[in-house]
Design a protein around this ligand. Sequence first.
Ligand SMILES: [Zn+2]
Ligand SMILES: [Zn+2]
Length: 343
Amino acid sequence: MRALVKSKAEPGLWMEDVPVPEIAREDVLVRVLRTGICGTDHHIYAWDRWADEHVAVGLVVGHEFVGRVDRCGEDVTEFQPGDLVSGEGHVVCGRCRNCKAGRRVECARSQSVGVSRPGAFADYIAMPASNLWHHPPSIDLDVAAIFDPFGNAVHVATAFRLLGEDVLITGAGPIGLMAALVARHAGARFVVASDVSDYRRDLAGRLGLTRVVDPATTTLWDVMAELQMTEGFDVGFEMSGNPNALRQMLASMRHGGKVALLGLPEEPFEIDWSQLVMNMTTVRGIYGRQIMETWYEMSVLVGSGLDISPVITHRFAADEFDEAFRVVGSARCGKVILDWSEA
Ligand SMILES: [Zn+2]
Ligand SMILES: [Zn+2]
């Protein structure tokens, strides 16, 4: 089968002919149809310091996918050949304290598909049945392919109550934009997004948010004054990993405000801790998705009319992966899809 492999410890990925994966009794073999390119995949493609430290040469990469069940191991009863599925990319240990308590998202020893175990940028992937999610046959395949990052967005947007609240989102990449759409769908009053990129502000501007802000020209105080907000934002989603974005967010929250952090800063940095204490701010780190509760929530949101397709801006055949990664690297894109359906 075709697979995108990190064959050398240098920038790039290589399309290789590799054996179809074997499946264990509890596994399912999935014929991959579409995949989404994640920032993580781009780190691996570019071979930065993080990738060099975390990824073994020879790995099949990628973790955002939709496909059809091809074959099931003997112990699998809940899937049939032909079923449309995506997969949760964290394969948990099942034995640690958190796993045993049912908090699988908090597993301290999980493996990551396409980072520490074979990935989805291939014609086939083998996954434990317990990590797969059924899609209804009617779902748009490109939307189904991005349930992994959509799950990050829903996990962020369900961290705190949003009904009637004013929400600030710093970082309008695909996950930030999907979180903004969920916040609007969930009944937030104002949904304000900021990003330094003109491309991403334009994309955000087409999603019906309350305001889209260029932090280089407009302060959050200007926005609050314009919206006649007097006490600051109720809820913040920090999606950029940018130190100034987090500092400005913390300074513009109301007393008792709540902040969800998903963006990963490249380096440690200072924040004003006394402001956090005096303002009684709640800050919560978000990683991955609740397994599988977030998947249930995503299906319900899409089924009840939430349309995340506007965040998908580019589609390529799998063999055009170099061009697709060039677009992702330019950051002048939303979500980029690779189509594996033509073998
Ligand atoms: Zn991802
Ligand atoms: Zn565990």
